[in-house]
Design a protein around this ligand. Structure first.
Ligand SMILES: *[C@@H]1O[C@H](CO)[C@@H](O)[C@H](O)[C@H]1NC(C)=O
Ligand SMILES: *[C@@H]1O[C@H](CO)[C@@H](O)[C@H](O)[C@H]1NC(C)=O
Ligand SMILES: CC(=O)N[C@H]1CO[C@H](CO)[C@@H](O)[C@@H]1O
Length: 432
């Protein structure tokens, strides 16, 4: 059967013209405009896999992807670049690697919304893949930047190649499922200008592939900023070779263990902003007991209500006095909310049960100790549009800034309130 495939092309309206910007610790430099591609029709040869619709990154450059935009690490992720690949050496689930669709505005993923994110890599599959939404203004100097991500567990979307499918080296595969060069990949690399056809390096570790329907990423696909890799459960390395959008996935076959796209698992909504106009809220996380009374005094004197996120284990430890502190804060009209049981990095926990337990134990403790039923920022962020601040009271510096920060926010014309109030939760108490 002969098929003709129409590739939709991005039509980009670049409404924002800005200078250099930075994301976390990564630096953007030497930026390029994304050149809209020409609309073209391709005819695919019989039985060929459809040509890729959009190649995002084949790691031909250490700082830019194939679209001409920045790729690099957030946080302190160690990396090693080689032409054609980027090896990541994660030590922490919060570290992340981004490859951007657009630098100076929002990228619309709508033309590809029925297609698939395809990633080729070598190494562990214990990580998450995120599609990151830009902020409402499509402006990197407005907070929050980036906006919300939706994250997907890579391991669920792996195309696992079967053993013995081509069988010249028997079945002695101790480690991870090998993916053979013969399946699918070569057709994709042709688009790259070929070049590695006789690259038969026998020691090269097998490449792995994953396919994620873009529809599984529940973000506003009209304003996408990047694809990122994060949530590293282990410290085993990952070598990225190719990130692209493709129009189809290989059909289920014996060789790929009858690969089938899994169901989308529900993901929570990540909230980075207050909704009430001119509101501003402090979420104050775990703190050190020795600063608690000072925080209380500042909040009393400044007459603001905040939301505390309490860690269960700290409440159960009577030497911290935190249960008495939070009881008093509740009486004063502050909100106390859940901040896990022992404050681990959730994505680093080995099982879903362990993650659930962190929440369940903390819910139990908040109920027992405080009778509550549970269902990063700085001053510059206010000017940039941020209105939801995460605070701690763990060291004198943050506590020292608290009053100054409150006054700066008030002075900027915001009303400070609890998070449930700034999110206009119908169950929140009226503003005082
Ligand atoms: C990586 O993790 C393993 C166990 O999970 C540990 O033994 C090893 O020391 C870690 N290596 C680094 C560099 O953190
Ligand atoms: C413990 O917290 C309560 C409530 O805030 C406070 O009245 C009391 O002085 C605190 N005790 C110590 C030792 O800090
Ligand atoms: C503590 C701190 O960083 N303060 C700064 C916050 O930003 C304002 C300008 O928006 C500066 O004036 C403060 O010094």
């Amino acid at each position: 059967m002969k098929s003709h495939i129409l590739l939709s092309s991005p039509v980009l309206f670049l409404a924002f013209f800005l200078q250099a910007m930075s994301l976390a610790h990564g630096h953007y430099s030497d930026q390029h405009w994304y050149e809209p591609r020409e609309q073209h029709v391709l005819s695919a040869p019989e039985n060929a896999r459809p040509m890729p619709s959009l190649i995002i990154d084949t790691f031909q450059n250490p700082t830019h992807n194939d679209l001409g935009f920045w790729h690099g690490a957030g946080e302190d992720l160690a990396m090693q670049y080689q032409p054609g690949s980027m090896q990541l050496f994660p030590t922490d689930p919060d570290q992340n690697y981004h490859t951007q669709f657009e630098t100076n505005g929002c990228f619309s993923m709508i033309p590809w919304r029925n297609q698939f994110l395809h990633v080729e890599f070598v190494g562990t599959d214990q990580f998450t893949v995120s599609l990151n939404e830009h902020n409402e203004d499509c402006y990197p100097h407005r907070a929050p930047f980036p906006g919300v991500p939706d994250s997907i567990e890579a391991s669920r979307y792996m195309m696992k190649m079967g053993h013995g499918s081509t069988g010249h080296d028997g079945d002695g595969h101790e480690h991870d499922e090998p993916i053979r060069e013969e399946h699918g990949k070569k057709q994709i690399s042709k688009d790259n200008g070929g070049g590695d056809e006789d690259d038969q390096t026998p020691a090269a570790p097998p490449k792995k592939e994953l396919f994620i329907p873009l529809s599984h990423f529940l973000i506003n696909q009209n304003r996408v900023v990047s694809v990122s890799f994060s949530g590293f459960y282990t410290n085993r390395s990952i070598t990225l070779h190719r990130v692209e959008i493709v129009s189809s996935v290989p059909p289920p076959r014996k060789e790929n263990n009858y690969f089938k796209i899994p169901e989308k698992l529900p993901t929570g909504e990540l909230i980075l902003r207050c909704t009430r106009p001119k509101s501003f809220a402090f979420g104050i996380d775990d703190g050190s007991p020795r600063f608690a009374q000072e925080v209380m005094r500042i909040l009393d004197e400044e007459n603001v209500r905040v939301t505390f996120f309490a860690v269960g284990a700290g409440l159960r430890d009577t030497t911290t006095n935190l249960t008495r502190f939070y009881r008093e804060m509740l009486k004063k009209g502050h909100q106390v909310a859940l901040h896990s049981n022992t404050h681990p990095k959730m994505e680093a926990l080995p099982t879903i049960d362990k993650i659930d337990n962190e929440i369940i134990q903390a819910q139990r403790t908040l109920k027992e100790q405080l009778g509550i039923e549970c269902d990063s920022n700085n001053n510059g962020s206010v000017a940039r549009g941020g209105n939801l601040a995460v605070m701690h009271f763990l060291n004198p510096t943050t506590v020292g800034y608290l009053r100054q920060f409150i006054r700066h926010v008030k002075g900027s014309g915001f009303k400070i309130m609890r998070i449930d109030q700034c999110m206009e939760d119908p169950d929140s108490p009226p503003l005082s």
